[in-house]
Ligand binder design. Sequence first.
Ligand SMILES: CCCCCCCCCC(=O)SCCNC(=O)CCNC(=O)[C@H](O)C(C)(C)COP(=O)(O)OP(=O)(O)OC[C@H]1O[C@@H](n2cnc3c(N)ncnc32)[C@H](O)[C@@H]1OP(=O)(O)O
Length: 205
Amino acid sequence: MNGPIASPPTPSAGFLTPTTPPADAVLPPRAPEAPAPGSPLGSHYDQCFGCGPQHPQGLRMTTTAGEGLEVFAEFTVQDCHQGGPGLAHGGLLTTAMDETLGSLNWLLHAPAVTGRLETDFVCPVPVDSVLHIHAWITGVHGRKIYSAAEGRIGGPDGPLAIRAQALFIQVKLEHFTTHGRPEDIKKVLDDSDLMKRARAFEVNP
Ligand SMILES: CCCCCCCCCC(=O)SCCNC(=O)CCNC(=O)[C@H](O)C(C)(C)COP(=O)(O)OP(=O)(O)OC[C@H]1O[C@@H](n2cnc3c(N)ncnc32)[C@H](O)[C@@H]1OP(=O)(O)O
């Protein structure tokens, strides 16, 4: 069908470089509750596609707190993660970056959701390889948490495969309880493990 080609939407001033922190952003200290450097963050929710051990096709990512405002994560690319033959699907790699960047919020003890996530795919990631992701906070400005990450193949110093920058927006608990499926919200709220309850609400409902 022929017709006029639609113009791309004009970004409003605030959205021109939305994953780059403004000049007056700050780097706050780690929250007192943040896990010690070197300790595993564990899964925040059993059914999370990124880190949940109960998710049948999930990435089953493991994440460790680093020094300061940084984390390190790993996942092994499985057969069920393919896009091209023998290669990881790009969207799935973006999910791995989202999960890792999201786990940074645990260092600030601030529930937040992804507002914007930008990725550069630098080289293909083969099935069976382990992707090593390093993520760090680049600034905080009001409710906005800015962060960046890199994913490397086979080890922390392996070939660079993917880069990302993100903007997370801090939200209240009601973000999850209002939008989430009631039976899943109830299951989490009924869990006697307070830490698991708190961490579950750091993610997408
Ligand atoms: C240890 C835990 C591990 C966790 C791992 C989790 C990994 C997974 C993380 C996710 O995938 S979260 C799921 C995907 N994200 C979502 O479902 C979020 C859906 N979007 C929303 O719910 C709302 O749009 C949002 C909460 C992000 C913002 O709505 P609000 O009404 O709270 O805020 P508002 O729209 O007033 O925006 C607040 C500020 O952020 C800015 N903003 C909001 N969305 C933006 C955006 N998309 N891009 C750039 N800026 C944005 C907005 O311009 C504004 O800037 P100013 O304060 O300067 O005016």
